[in-house]
Design a protein around this ligand. Structure first.
Ligand code: G3H
Ligand code: 13P
Ligand code: ZN
Length: 306
């Protein structure tokens, strides 16, 4: 069945667990996510970036996610990740997305409020929930000044005002994570003090982007079969659990699925040099990605919450 992010994250906030928001680009990734969520009896968010939409086709990716989601015995949200193009946002609204992210984090405060409000006004009459973003993603490095760090991370009081000014349903915040496989040069460092303060001032559910862990066993497997990701580092599982205990109710994961896809395909092709059936090759990648989603659901605590 289909649901929107606000419905799912409100229950997460109440029950002190988080939803996984997994990025998809095709049929096999979507199947891996939904099969794992069904097995765990977990609600799940399936996210499509604007570039995923360009890759797969807007109507096509909507139909893939919606048809699998509608048939599943768990709540599934079809979410636009980092929406920036109002034209694409409008098309998502009329093609079955249940949740939209408007990412105005690259603008100054007033412009971010303006674009976010515009999207809220388009989405709410359709029953679509809206995620907005305040603050800029990026690792906390030792060699930046406190002022620079503060300018980038989400300001708690500004977050309170932003939610009031925009009417957004959920809020993505910056506490030191970044997208991709190279998040920290040294040890991971997240601003948990800030998260705690934001959570005490902001009543809407909070979102953590750039939350892949860059799973050591997956990196090891990919490397064993020829990949090379020197210096890859993600958010440790313990930090994800701390973030959830301090109020995060949506954990965004793309990199960990990409890496599982790569590791599984490399392993399969290396062990089966005579196979050229795409179903067998992509089937192996689906199995690898499904295992990652199963493990994530255990970490996030959303199993049994469907
Ligand atoms: O936050 C970004 C996601 O990982 C999506 O990345 O724009 O390459 O699809 P993408
Ligand atoms: P990762 O790159 O850590 O997987 O983050 C994905 C994300 O935030 C998508 O919006
Ligand atoms: Zn993101």
């Amino acid at each position: 069945m289909l649901a929107n992010n606000l419905e799912l994250q409100s229950k997460g906030k109440e029950g002190k667990y988080a939803l996984g928001a997994f990025n998809t680009n095709n049929l096999e990734i979507t199947q891996a996510i939904i099969e794992a969520a069904v097995e765990k009896d977990s609600p799940v968010i399936i996210a499509t970036s604007e570039s995923a939409i360009k890759y797969a086709g807007l109507k096509e990716i909507s139909k893939i996610v919606r048809s699998l989601g509608e048939a599943a015995p768990i709540p599934v949200s079809l979410h636009l990740d980092h929406g920036k193009d109002i034209g694409i946002i409008k098309k998502c609204i009329s093609n079955g997305w249940t949740s939209i992210m408007i990412d105005g984090s690259g603008y100054d405060y007033d412009k971010n409020v303006e674009v976010t409000r515009e999207v809220v006004e388009m989405c709410h009459p359709e029953g679509i929930s809206v995620e907005a973003e305040l603050g800029r993603l990026g690792g906390i490095e030792d060699n930046i000044s406190v002022d620079e760090r503060d300018a980038r991370l989400t300001d708690p009081e500004e977050a309170r005002r932003f939610v009031e000014d925009t009417g957004c349903d959920t809020l993505a915040i910056a506490i030191g994570t970044s997208h991709g496989a190279y998040k920290f040069k040294g040890e991971s460092k997240l601003a948990f003090d800030r998260l705690e303060e934001i959570n005490s001032l902001v009543k809407t559910p909070l979102v953590l982007h750039g939350a892949s862990s860059v799973i050591p066993e997956v990196v090891e497997k990919a490397t064993r079969y020829g990949a090379s990701f020197p210096g890859a580092k993600g958010v440790p599982v313990e930090d994800i659990k701390t973030a959830i205990s301090l109020g995060i109710t949506k954990i965004n994961i793309d990199t960990d699925l990409r890496m599982a896809f790569t590791a599984s395909i490399r392993e399969f092709l290396s062990n089966n040099p005579d196979v050229f059936d795409p179903r067998k090759i992509l089937g192996a990648s689906r199995t690898g990605m499904k295992q990652v989603v199963l493990d994530k659901i255990d970490i996030l605590g959303s199993g049994g919450k469907a």
